[in-house]
Design a protein around this ligand. Structure first.
Ligand SMILES: Nc1ncnc2c1ncn2[C@@H]1O[C@H](COP(=O)(O)OP(=O)(O)OP(=O)(O)O)[C@@H](O)[C@H]1O
Length: 427
């Protein structure tokens, strides 16, 4: 195959992979996290061929830790400009707490998350490759991870309310480098990617040795597939369990006594972790042993705080997770929002735009009390209308914008149906 043909094939394969993620929708604005390394540089160039560059926004974070970082970002700025992609450079200050790599990752994520919220990004693409996926699997094995950990990275997930897509997960790092060379596109190699002090680098070296034992790329990827299938089944079981044992009460979640027995079965643990994520509006991935220990305290009648959520024991043996106590957390609420929690006054007019998935229910509050509108498009509430200029977004599910004035005494709230996708266990 000629170099040009192979190159075009890879770009086309990328375009397919990107569209299969389901995050590119008409009018959506897509963010690209570009460090200047080969993977994310390739992602930026291929994305510019797959999507109108005017709908792309690139972002680079300078951690201020390496002198070369500013050169790397300058390279990204130049290439983004040539491609017609708007670019933003963000900084980060290390408070010298915690391990450097972990702190840098967290700081980078927080900076990009804020940037995405302010820029109106519908989904952020990250340049993780198949190699990163295998390294993740090995690192998780080394930590004794369970099924969720061994699924490695998802192609799409919702992190703290922001949709994150990984279109390169099916691409080998070497193939991307070959593509860049064939296209004569430059990139930077970060020397810390070869520094054996870092877990990921050692995982990469270990992987090279494991291959000689027959533990091939293909087999490891197969294991990830099996784990992902198992995870899907467990989520369905957890959803069914939640239907039976958890209910909403005035926005709080009520767990019956059976739902607090986390020690034996996967479903209650999964439901509790999902509930806490939902209430706190941020991703909560507990070590199950520590979750079980905390819930044991709760079962003994003690109040517990977990990931910023308050859990109160109930007299009959169950528990209540308070929604309001978590409402002050500085996170965009991905689902389960009331307009008030999004900073919109209840007495303002508002409208919805975009696909409202299962599980988001519009309720209209008027003199006649609370009314459910199962399909918001059919909702009789007079203020609901479609408009193309969103000002508040929630993941990619819902966009609401306040409008001035209100007639005839109606107000409204958006609530998430606890038993459905909005809760996160069906994602
Ligand atoms: N400083 C950064 N600024 C913006 N995005 C970043 C930054 N560091 C990492 N990322 C994003 O996270 C992905 C994975 O990070 P990782 O540290 O594995 O990548 P890298 O080796 O720095 O660069 P690349 O993956 O582009 O070769 C990157 O592909 C990129 O999308």
């Amino acid at each position: 195959m000629s170099v040009t043909k192979a190159s075009a094939d890879l770009a086309e394969q990328f375009s397919r992979a990107l569209h299969e993620l389901g995050v590119v929708k008409p009018q959506s604005v897509i963010g690209l996290a570009v460090s200047g390394g080969g993977d994310s540089i390739a992602m930026m160039h291929m994305a510019a061929r797959a999507v109108d560059p005017k709908r792309l926004r690139a972002v680079s974070v300078d951690h201020g830790l390496r002198p070369e970082a500013s050169t790397e970002i300058a390279l990204v700025v130049g290439q983004a400009q040539e491609l017609g992609i708007a670019h933003t450079a963000l900084g980060w200050d290390w408070d010298r707490k915690g391990n450097l790599q972990g702190a840098a990752r967290q700081g980078r994520w927080a900076a990009m998350h804020d940037w995405a919220a302010q820029t109106g990004i519908d989904a952020l693409l990250i340049g993780h490759t198949e190699d990163d996926q295998l390294e993740t699997l090995l690192m998780r094995l080394a930590r004794g991870s369970g099924i969720d950990g061994l699924t490695a990275m998802a192609r799409v997930d919702l992190r703290d309310g922001l949709r994150v897509g990984r279109p390169l997960l099916g691409f080998a790092r070497d193939a991307l480098r070959d593509w860049l060379r064939a296209e004569q596109i430059g990139w930077c190699d970060d020397p810390s990617n070869d520094d054996p002090r870092f877990d990921r680098v050692r995982a990469r070296q270990m992987y090279a040795q494991l291959e000689t034992l027959g533990l091939t790329r293909k087999r490891l990827l197969q294991t990830i597939d099996h784990m992902q299938a198992a995870q899907r089944s467990l989520r369905v079981a957890a959803r069914d369990f939640a239907r039976l044992h958890v209910r909403q009460d005035a926005g709080d979640l009520i767990f019956d006594p059976v739902a607090l027995d986390l020690s034996k079965d996967d479903a209650p643990r999964r439901v509790m972790a999902a509930a806490i994520s939902w209430v706190a509006s941020r991703t909560y991935k507990p070590r199950f042993e520590s979750l079980i220990a905390r819930v044991e305290q709760l079962r003994k009648g003690q109040k517990v705080t977990l990931a910023g959520c308050v859990l109160l024991p109930l007299r009959g043996g169950g528990a209540r997770i308070l929604r309001e106590a978590a409402a002050t957390l500085p996170y965009t609420r991905p689902t389960g929002c009331t307009l008030a929690s999004m900073g919109i006054r209840w007495d303002q007019r508002w409208h919805l735009d975009g696909p409202v998935k299962d599980g988001l229910r519009v309720q209209a509050l008027g003199d006649a009390g609370l009314r459910d509108c199962p399909d918001w498009r059919q909702c009789a509430m007079p203020q609901v209308s479609l408009l193309a200029s969103p000002s508040v977004w929630l993941g990619d599910r819902l966009i609401a914008a306040p409008l001035a004035g209100l007639s005839n005494g109606w107000s409204a709230q958006i609530v998430a149906d606890f038993h459905s996708g909005a809760f996160g266990i069906e994602d």
